[in-house]
Write a new protein. Structure first.
Length: 233
């Protein structure tokens, strides 16, 4: 046990067992193993887990129907159980302390993330009022962490022009209407046709928000657009 571990003993945020080392983050290894990782076959457009075994060129029924403005998507785990708890810690309890756990996850899924190497990562923006209320934008620091892993850069290119209702209790159609024409490029920003833009959010639910952001980039001239969300659910 090192000196810091002695001074600041840590407990797993999920099972509350004591953690052996400061280097393990705040979710213990046993709990981290309970995450349902999207490491089998996933929809290549939105990242939705589909088959237990890896398979190429899968497209889910939603993407076939919607034909979203992004071409590729990656999500890392299911939004249930500990996955859900991770997102809640991150969003409502300023969970930047989960950095170590997320880095470990990125390392574990590094071959999947190699598709984003050298890309430009764009966090889904919060409305300035909600940003002020919460004090931070969780998508922004996921984008920071991911860009470091993928040797890319972060650009805050989008603005949210309207304050929107929380999407949590809305149907698919209501979500779509709720975010239509909400996002636009910042005044001085233009998209380069050859640059790979990766939109970053915490959770992919129906994809309405990410798709609205992708449309805004497309209107600004972007041609290579992907999306990333930690969880799919
Ligand atoms: Zn635990
Ligand atoms: Zn899909």
């Amino acid at each position: 046990m090192n000196f810091l571990d002695f001074l600041f003993p840590r407990f797993c945020m999920h099972c509350h067992r004591s953690m052996p080392s400061i280097h393990d983050g705040f979710i213990c290894n046993m709990c981290a193993k309970e995450l349902v990782l999207s490491d089998g076959g996933c929809c290549q457009r939105c990242g939705r887990p589909m088959l237990p075994e890896a398979a190429e060129n899968l497209i889910c029924p939603d993407c076939l129907e919607v034909n979203p403005s992004f071409q590729r998507g990656i999500t890392l785990f299911s939004y249930k159980g500990i996955g859900r708890e991770l997102i809640h810690l991150l969003k409502y309890r300023n969970g930047q302390f989960l950095k170590l756990n997320l880095r470990a996850l990125f390392n574990q899924l590094t071959s999947r993330l190699s598709a984003f190497k050298g890309g430009t990562f764009i966090p889904v923006p919060l409305h300035y009022f909600r940003h002020w209320q919460r004090g931070f934008n969780q998508s922004e620091w996921i984008a920071d962490l991911l860009s470091q892993h993928c040797q890319g850069k972060v650009k805050n290119m989008l603005v949210r022009r309207r304050y929107t209702r929380s999407q949590t209790h809305l149907t698919r159609e209501e979500r779509k209407a709720n975010v239509s024409n909400v996002f636009s490029l910042k005044k001085r920003d233009v998209c380069k046709p050859h640059e790979h833009y990766i939109l970053v959010d915490d959770v992919f639910t129906t994809g309405a928000t990410l798709n609205a952001c992708a449309s805004a980039l497309q209107r600004g001239g972007a041609q290579r657009i992907s999306i990333f969300a930690l969880a799919h659910g």
